[in-house]
Design a protein around this ligand. Structure first.
Ligand code: ZN
Length: 242
């Protein structure tokens, strides 16, 4: 049996184990069972994302996609180890940035990585029914949606109705920013503050709150730098306070 002291998640090793299981005629349930047992804690899940991102930004990505055996192993069920709330921005493809494959991540992508009812329900589903070990709210460098939230009311007023509502979800996060003259640094702070607000919002939901209290999950923040490809993780409570 898999214990809690498993080595960090290694996609290549997992692929080999699935292959071995298929060769020895293991049932689909057994093969599916290879996955969740390996991610024993939220810390393991954070470690897997950090390692995957390091592979990505250092040009050593394994790109574990579309392998026939992995697909077959997932017919019965999905067992993603983390849920990620990220921006729809085309430069922030979550699986690629974390070098993860089919079935690894449960992803919600909305411009500005803010959640409404459907987004919250999706993350509740991931927590309650898929038993993910981690929820990551990931903002990114140069986020157009956050930039829009910094525009004047007159400018925002010219946008279509639903887009205005989306921008309105981000605005409270950027309203009381400290005065930072450097434009790039100011944008980064706005994105980070939006991430912190979304983390706080998720933590207000009873299902997520209870899962975090019993140690099933952690809710953390992240900042993706498009230029370098590196993700900064916000894991300390002081980094997460809005
Ligand atoms: Zn964005």
């Amino acid at each position: 049996m898999e214990g809690v002291s498993q080595p960090p998640f290694d996609p290549a090793e997992l692929e080999q184990r699935i292959l071995d299981a298929i060769r020895r005629g293991a049932s689909m349930e057994d093969i599916a069972g290879l996955r969740p047992a390996r991610m024993a804690s939220p810390e393991d899940a954070i470690g897997a994302l950090k390692e995957g991102n390091t592979r990505f930004f250092s040009g050593r990505a394994t790109r574990p996609e579309a392998d026939a055996n992995q697909r077959r192993a997932q017919i019965m069920t999905q067992t993603p180890f983390a849920a990620v709330l990220a921006c729809s921005d085309s430069r922030v493809p979550v699986e690629i940035v974390f070098d993860q494959g089919l079935g690894d991540l449960f992803v919600v992508r909305v411009a500005g990585n803010v959640v409404g009812e459907s987004g919250l329900g999706t993350l509740e589903y991931a927590t309650e029914h898929l038993n993910v070990r981690l929820i990551v709210v990931m903002g990114h460098e140069g986020c157009g949606a956050v930039a829009a939230a910094l525009m004047s009311e007159a400018e925002v007023g010219r946008e279509p109705e639903n887009l205005r509502r989306l921008i309105a979800r981000i605005q409270p996060s950027v309203r009381d920013l400290p005065p930072i003259r450097d434009k790039k640094a100011r944008m980064r702070e706005a994105v980070l503050n939006n991430v912190r607000h979304q983390v706080a919002l998720l933590r207000e939901q009873p299902v997520i709150q209870a899962a975090e209290a019993r140690g099933q999950i952690r809710v953390i923040g992240a900042y993706y730098e498009i230029g370098s490809g590196a993700v900064d993780f916000l894991t300390e409570e002081e980094d997460l306070r809005p």
